[in-house]
Design a protein around this ligand. Structure first.
Ligand code: SF4
Length: 242
């Protein structure tokens, strides 16, 4: 066992449940072949990935350097840079949001605006620190105007996240908001209905909850619920490690 780990105009994060989006992710993107991998026998090389593709990378720092050069979709053109994600490379708990916002794009770090402060507070209040987890997003470059990423952009970027998950090997992934939940767990999932539920997939326990930015916009209805979800996270963690 690993050691215990130590708005704005927000169309992106408003989409707790995205009408019509679920069918766009059928089959689930996580079950589709890595579009960054050369097709067998084709001799193709994925653009911006170098000769190995992501499957040949087993080191998080090397993956980071590779993803920082990614130009696989047009989001990179409108962003200052790629926001890879950050945290403990051996994290037991991973948080996955939707995409970088303005502050994240400016600083090159995930969840550093007001939503990030709320996430930090919830972590600290439940005995975790940000540094012992790993925090990432479905898409690594800021969509213009913070719009929701298109399914094509999600599909283009997903191999980056799947490589992060493969290397970090978290036991728990908390999906923050609809896009992360539908992409990683089930395209038919609805956050308003399914938040607080646990799902088991390929040896990983997934917990669905709201995106912290959505909680900031609707504290009266969502704050208590996301705190319940973090209590559930703590209980699950203690079951696994104590
Ligand atoms: S959003 Fe993802 S796929 Fe698109 S350029 Fe950025 S890192 Fe590459």
């Amino acid at each position: 066992m690993k050691t215990k780990p130590q708005i704005i105009q927000r169309s992106l994060f408003e989409a707790e449940d995205v009408p019509g989006q679920a069918k766009l992710f059928d089959p689930p993107l996580s079950e589709r072949p890595d579009p960054g991998k050369p097709k067998e026998g084709s001799g193709d090389q994925p653009s911006g990935l170098g000769p190995l593709g992501l499957d040949g990378i087993d080191d998080l720092e090397l993956l980071r350097q590779t993803v920082l050069e990614c130009r696989r979709c047009c989001l990179r053109q409108g962003a200052r840079g790629v926001v890879f994600g950050e945290g403990n490379p051996n994290a037991e708990i991973m948080f996955v949001g939707e995409g970088p916002g303005q502050t994240e794009d400016e600083l090159g770090r995930p969840f550093v605006g007001r939503a990030g402060q709320l996430l930090d507070l919830m972590l600290k209040s439940h005995g975790f620190s940000r540094e012992e987890t790993f925090i990432a997003n479905i898409v690594k470059c800021r969509p213009p105007g913070n719009r929701l990423p298109t399914p094509q952009e999600v599909e283009a970027c997903l191999p980056n996240l799947m490589a992060q998950i493969r290397i970090i090997r978290p036991k728990i992934i908390v999906t923050l908001g609809a896009l992360a939940s539908q992409t990683l767990i089930d395209p038919g999932l609805r956050v308003t209905r399914d938040r607080g539920k646990w799902f088991e997939k390929e040896g990983i326990s997934y917990l669905v909850t709201f995106h912290p930015a959505a909680v900031l916009r609707d504290e009266r209805n969502k704050k208590r619920l996301i705190w319940e979800d973090f209590r559930s996270l703590k209980q699950k963690y203690e079951q696994l490690y104590r």
